[in-house]
Design a protein around this ligand. Sequence first.
Ligand code: AMP
Length: 402
Amino acid sequence: MFQIYDYKEIVTPLFEDKDLFVRSIGQTSDIVEKQMLALAGQRQEEQEGKTSNLVLRPEGTAPIVRSYIQNHLDKKENLSKFFYIGPMFRGERPQKGRLRQFHQIGAEAIGPGSASPYLDAEMVILCTDLLKTLGLNGFEVTINTLGTGDDKKNFSSILRGKLEPRVKDLCPDCRQRIERNVFRVLDCKNNDCQDVVRQISVGYDHLAPESRDYYEQFKSILSDSGIAFVESPRLVRGLDYYTHTVFEISSPSLGSQDALGAGGRYNNLVSQLGGTPADAVGFALGMERLLLARPGIKIPAVSLAVFFIALDKLSFQYAFNLLNQLRARSIKADICYEMGSLKSQMRIANKKQAEYVIILGENELKNKTATVKNMASSQQITLPLDAPALEQFISRQGKREP
Ligand code: AMP
């Protein structure tokens, strides 16, 4: 799926300097305040006069931005499109849907001048496409916009003005959040806080006309692309780095921890972390949540096109050579290394759901042919014993790895 959308894989270390997350997600976010898991016994090293303080990574975006900056990727391509799959760590109280080690699958698109509502829409489309491919249905896409950094400042003071008269109705944490990071009151799971948040009016007065325009374009692109969504001006996300578009995908079947994933645009993060300014947008899905929403989920794999069966040592030598040649031509192929009877090797081919079996034995070598069996129809044909002929036949059936 990621290949179809032209995203390439990026792998970052499992630990990073704590400072990276403080500077990106924000000092007052739940993750930084309460959930960082520090590495015990780390060697304290002074680098550029600073002592490093390593933590297990709680999320994927900040490490990817760090890598983007350190590797000068802005000089190498206009728009870098990455996907990642890997473990994340947060020191939370373990409960259903909230683990201390969980896995995220996500994507990021980073590049100078790449802020486009079409790219934001691509992220939502990719994310929902992925969910549908995994067999998940009935999820809900909620969207909102936070506007630019300045719009966010306006929004903070408007919110503060509305919440201050209700301060006594808020939980102790939120009483402090009003001053320190008022957006987090909107995210608070406490029932009293949610009541207050429901009662105050939250609109789009804080947005500059360009931000409004950007958001309107994003919404109409989503509609034109057939993506159903609901709009919630109260969706702010708990991390500091978001600007403009934010979105969340939830599954009503999950109960209180109903978010399958979330994402948004973060145009200021690259420069905030010391890079040349670059716009960016991304999302992350929680894999364990996907499994809760659809137990037994299977990642669709490209099926095995060819399984070689060799009936004696010399045939195996030939088969192994052909196997390598087909693989070099991007055809997904395998061989049975345990040279049992034809019947037992056929059983393995069946288990592997191979589409074609190529059988080589004494007769085939003598006649310089290969017996090719279509496993679905059980039809058998004889082809010349050479890779181009086999490749041509298999490719004609459309069995080449993308
Ligand atoms: P976040 O990075 O907090 O926006 O999380 C993105 C997605 O990761 C969430 O929507 C969840 O699906 C998943 N997720 C976040 N934290 C946890 C956790 N502690 N355990 C399991 N999944 C999580």
